[in-house]
Design a protein around this ligand. Structure first.
Ligand SMILES: Cc1cc2nc3c(=O)[nH]c(=O)nc-3n(C[C@H](O)[C@H](O)[C@H](O)COP(=O)(O)OP(=O)(O)OC[C@H]3O[C@@H](n4cnc5c(N)ncnc54)[C@H](O)[C@@H]3O)c2cc1C
Ligand code: FES
Length: 265
């Protein structure tokens, strides 16, 4: 794990409340894998003390840059949205375990809700680079203004289907309805999902019932980000006592959906 002093190259709003942060961070860019994350200090002041964990949304090892997409929703992310070009930020990483590779030639369905898209965009771009896998991105949001620009999504994954809760763009309804359609036509797919917990529980349930392999990237509040504080646990479907719990920051954030104990689905 590195603590790299990264230089801000760009920090701009790309959709309602959503920002794109591009950093010059050659050491992180050389090793980050899809599904891994970095933990940033948003200020050199004492407050806020905690770092903010953010998944890599794009990585370019040739130019030594990494990109992060984030929603300004609380104290740390709002401070981050005020960071200016050429400032430097302490970035720990790459942290956690990312997505596992699909089987040779397997179709991959990437399912993202809200600000769950970043790790899926990196995964989609990696699959595209490898050239052996067909991938489709299913992106859900509350309304059209909350969607990242389609052209930006298509840079990572050319085949994109959008859904909105209010029907203002793309399919009117839940992104899981699009997933059901995709699995009906390509039941041999592998699914990777990231988004609100309820959405991931629904995706996990659908995949379990259809016998489709599914990986989910989980989120939890994190204090240390590297396995020490045990503040980020998820209950798994097996194990006894404390053995049932896994730390999202080091055992995940990506888990086989069958390993997670879901409340529903
Ligand atoms: C491994 C990992 C990867 C992540 N990747 C991204 C990413 O790529 N882009 C992104 O925007 N966010 C991502 N997050 C979530 C991000 O870290 C939180 O949004 C951030 O911690 C909020 O900090 P804050 O101080 O701005 O908000 P806070 O003041 O802590 O909270 C503001 C609001 O957001 C909610 N909230 C805060 N953290 C979380 C969380 N982890 N899960 C659900 N709700 C939360 C709170 O309930 C509250 O309503 C990731 C989290 C993890 C653990
Ligand atoms: S955040 Fe400390 S153990 Fe995961």
């Amino acid at each position: 794990m590195l603590d790299e002093r990264a230089t801000v190259l760009l920090n701009r709003q790309v959709a309602e409340g959503f920002y794109l942060l591009r950093l010059e961070a050659p050491d992180l860019a050389a090793t980050a894998e899809p599904g891994q994350f970095t933990s940033l200090r948003v200020s050199d002041q004492l407050v806020p003390l905690l770092r903010i964990p953010l998944s890599f949304s794009a990585v370019d090892s040739q130019s030594g840059t990494v990109e992060l997409l984030y929603e300004a929703r609380g104290s740390k992310s709002r401070l981050l949205s005020q960071v200016r070009d050429q400032q430097t930020l302490s970035c720990l990483g790459p942290l956690g375990k990312g997505f596992t590779q699909p089987a040779a030639g397997q179709r991959v369905v990437l399912v993202g809700g809200g600000i769950g898209l970043p790790p899926l965009l990196f995964m989609g771009a990696r699959l595209r680079q490898q050239g052996h896998h067909e991938a489709v991105l299913l992106a859900g949001a509350r309304n059209a203004a909350k969607h990242l620009p389609l052209a930006d999504l298509q840079l990572a994954v050319p085949q994109v289907r959008l859904a909105t809760d209010d029907g203002s763009l793309g399919h009117g309804g839940l992104v899981t309805e699009l997933l059901a359609e995709e699995l009906a036509v390509a039941p041999g797919s592998m699914v990777c999902a990231c988004g609100p917990h309820g959405m991931m529980a629904a995706v996990a349930g659908l995949c379990r019932r259809r016998g489709v392999p599914c990986q989910v990237s989980l989120e939890e509040y994190m204090a240390c980000g590297f396995g020490v504080c045990v503040g980020c646990v998820v209950e798994t479907a097996s194990g006894e006592g404390y053995g049932r719990y896994q730390r999202i920051c080091v055992d995940g954030p990506v888990f086989d959906a069958l390993r997670v104990r879901w409340e529903e689905g």
